[in-house]
Design a protein around this ligand. Structure first.
Ligand code: FAD
Length: 338
């Protein structure tokens, strides 16, 4: 059982900044994120696009914003659990019990839901029954690259992730085929160039097409049928599939926790950003209130007020002092400056 003062669901920009605001008030946090990396929509949907409306930062990419937030919260040493989505949330007395998709259990004094548009999950390969191979021979992320050594590997996708893993696994795999629906790639041109060079050297193959069927021998995947853009099918020996078709958010679990919602958003008040369950707060794109705007800067403001409300809840009867980071010795100590 993992414990902390507060569990933050989601490591998007608002979840990350929540850690900062909690840390300033002396509260520690566990952050649980369905993706393998932090940044939420900024990292997953538009890492290289510039954002122009973060106060005092005229221009910053989604990836840089995420890196800056991670640097800013580093002094507070939050525990991160990546690749796990929170599925259950229950009030138990004054505390909260949560359970993740990998079986982790958490016991915390307060919860902040910073779930954005929902937990990101991979777009899956659409072949009947192939989900039975997930985690054995079909993967949507790489946890252990050694698992692909000596394998007949087929990688699907045309973005940076697919091409990055082509480069990373090409020497380890016994054979490697990249499959993408067309000759046009979303990945950086330099990566595409490298991939074409590997094909030219005969070290791998590229097929412009899609998976149309698969064959198992003794319960295990042995081959996959690839159909090219002209409709011509060919069988390819395959015992491992890596699929990078992108991620889509799934509002899923949040809806099951019995919290008051309005059009898929959690209803909160604008003083504490608390949901209908006292002790459970919501910040960022997941919440709604009159005048709500789904902007990162709104989420940052919400995180600050939620942190004050959580502090007051955990230390009833004590006034939560507003202090400035410029002048407060306590805040400077917490930030590791003095
Ligand atoms: P998200 O960024 O959505 O992050 C939520 C995270 O929570 C996700 O990573 C998700 O996987 C995780 N999660 C959800 N449920 C669970 C669960 N049950 N367990 C574990 N993890 C979970 N905003 C601006 O202010 N300026 C802009 O210029 C701007 N440009 C944009 C451009 C595009 C193309 C898009 C799509 C959005 C843009 N936005 C912009 C909006 C901005 O990205 C969002 O407002 C912001 O990302 C919301 O942050 P968040 O932390 O609330 O949620």
């Amino acid at each position: 059982m993992k414990t902390a003062d507060v569990l933050v669901i989601g490591a998007g920009p608002c979840g990350l900044f929540q850690v900062f605001e909690l840390g300033l008030l002396g509260l520690n946090a566990i952050v649980v994120e369905a993706l393998e990396q932090p940044g939420g929509q900024c990292a997953e949907l538009y890492p290289q696009k510039p954002i122009f409306d973060i106060p005092a930062i005229p221009e910053i990419s989604g990836a840089e914003l995420t890196q800056n937030l991670l640097r800013q919260i580093a002094p507070f040493d939050a525990q991160f659990c990546f690749g796990e989505r929170i599925e259950q949330l229950e009030a138990r007395g004054e505390r909260f019990w949560l359970r993740g998709s990998l079986g982790s259990e958490f016991d915390v004094a307060a919860v902040v839901i910073a779930a954005g548009a929902g937990a990101f999950k991979p777009v899956r390969l659409k072949l009947e029954g192939i989900e039975a191979l997930e985690g054995q021979q079909l993967f949507y992320s790489v946890r252990d690259r050694a698992a692909f050594a000596g394998k007949d590997l087929v990688i699907f996708g045309g973005g940076d992730s697919a091409l990055d893993w082509v480069m990373a696994l090409e020497t380890a795999a016994r054979s490697l085929v990249l499959v993408h629906r067309s000759e046009r790639f979303r990945a950086q041109p330099a990566l595409v160039e490298q991939m074409r060079e590997l094909c030219h050297q005969g070290r791998m193959r590229f097929v412009a097409g899609r998976a149309s069927d698969y064959r198992c021998v003794g319960g295990g995947l042995s081959a996959i049928e690839l159909t090219d853009s002209d409709g011509k099918a060919q069988w390819q020996a395959a015992d491992s599939l890596l699929v990078f078709f992108g991620m889509v958010p799934d509002a899923g679990p949040v809806k099951l926790w019995g919290l008051a919602m309005e059009a898929n958003q959690l209803r909160v008040d604008t003083e504490r950003f608390e949901t209908s369950l006292p002790g459970v707060f919501a910040v960022g794109d997941i919440n709604t209130y009159p005048g709500k705007k789904k902007l990162i800067l709104s989420g940052f403001h919400e995180a600050a007020l939620a942190a004050f409300a959580i502090k007051a809840r955990l230390e009833p009867g004590k006034k939560v002092q507003l202090q400035y980071t410029t002048t407060s010795p306590l805040l400077r100590r917490r930030l590791g400056i003095d």
